[in-house]
Design a protein around this ligand. Structure first.
Ligand code: ZN
Length: 367
């Protein structure tokens, strides 16, 4: 019997290697799925140190839905050993992406001095045609292929040592449909100025890893890669592209989400649930409220105004995956007859502007 079990175990184990995917717990919102994405990474086909399929494996394990391999067109330090063309990285990764259910966006990184700096072009058709002497010819070619353009790491110190500058050339690109998005976060760096540009100019915002080494060598000791959240009609390349052109993204890094309140509000709303309706608050009596947070973010709340007929905590942390209890107490005679109570908070780790947090109202049924 023991022998039989070990034979069965051996057969099962030798069928393949196991891997675990960690889902990213950020909810879908009404009418949209929340796709978790990283649109900037490298393999040995440019200056990265891993094979393209490893990027897909890593993405699957990290709970991502869509990625892009953005090999530099102009910078290929392994070209003595890797002699293939500019489409090869995508072609190698694609079958694995399909098997894993990861959307693989065909892409490249046009890599020039400032201006214009480095631009990712997504949804390209033939990357070989992007190898051009003149940068404008390369960008025009990408435009003809219907590409979505992202200005990568606009605040990168190597190219912008003193200040973060938007050059005339960027206006030219923007006016001619060759600048649709910007990275407000790259690898481990956040650019608040660029977030403001995005708001002023209606640019789509991104947070990408720009990873070159194996992902676990870049993000260590509990660090996580930055993620772009795309709010798409469904999980398909077509919907993904549409959503990007319509600015339907937010960024997620270091436990913070940044983006328009029309995305952040429903994310917050769908993450939390009052567990003990109705709470039954009465005058001069303290009552417990229990709120569950099913997302993976700890929400840090600070009250923005006093309650109407009630006292409630000035500060509150709704821990990820936990139910938090706190007390509300009635401070007016008629409170026992009020059907609904409202708690007014800002969420200190949800950002709608570089200097402004999301305001929320938490409704608690009283009767
Ligand atoms: Zn890059």
């Amino acid at each position: 019997m023991k022998k039989l079990i070990s034979i069965i175990l051996f057969v099962v184990l030798s069928l393949g290697t196991w891997a675990q995917r960690t889902e990213i717990k950020i909810p879908d919102i009404p009418n949209f799925v929340t796709l978790k994405c990283d649109f900037h990474m490298h393999s040995v086909f440019s200056d990265g140190s891993v094979w393209p399929t490893v990027r897909v494996e890593e993405a699957w394990r990290d709970g991502l839905d869509a990625i892009a391999l953005t090999e530099h067109i102009e910078y290929r330090p392994h070209s003595q050993d890797i002699t293939s063309d500019h489409n090869r990285s995508y072609e190698i990764a694609l079958p694995v992406a399909k098997q894993k259910g990861i959307l693989l966006v065909k892409a490249a990184e046009i890599t020039r001095a400032m201006p214009p700096g480095h631009l990712n072009v997504l949804f390209t058709k033939n990357n070989n045609l992007l190898e051009r002497e003149n940068v404008l010819d390369a960008l025009k070619e990408a435009k003809e292929q219907g590409a979505f353009f992202i200005w990568n790491h606009p605040g990168w110190k190597a190219q912008q040592p003193d200040t973060i500058k938007w050059y005339d050339m960027h206006t030219q690109l923007y006016d001619n449909g060759m600048m649709h998005g910007v990275e407000i976060f790259n690898e481990k760096e956040y650019y608040p100025e660029v977030f403001q540009w995005a708001l002023d100019k209606q640019l789509t915002i991104f947070a990408n890893s720009d990873v070159h080494s194996p992902i676990d060598m870049t993000y260590i000791n509990g660090e996580k890669r930055p993620i772009t959240l795309v709010f798409a009609k469904n999980k398909s390349l077509k919907s993904l592209k549409q959503a990007m052109f319509k600015h339907q993204t937010a960024t997620y890094f270091n436990g913070k989400i940044m983006g328009d309140s029309k995305w952040l509000k429903p994310i917050f709303k769908r993450s939390i649930k009052v567990m003990n309706h109705p709470v039954g608050v009465r005058n001069n009596i303290s009552t417990e409220v229990h709120i569950h947070n099913s997302s993976e973010l700890d929400y840090h709340l600070e009250s923005t105004k006093p309650g109407i007929g009630i006292d409630y905590p000035n500060k509150l942390v709704l821990k990820a995956g936990k139910t938090t209890s706190f007390t509300i107490s009635g401070n007016s005679v008629g409170i026992g007859n009020v059907p609904n109570l409202t708690l007014f908070y800002t969420v200190k780790n949800l950002w709608i502007k570089p200097d402004e947090n999301l305001s929320v109202e938490i409704k608690v049924r009283n009767l």
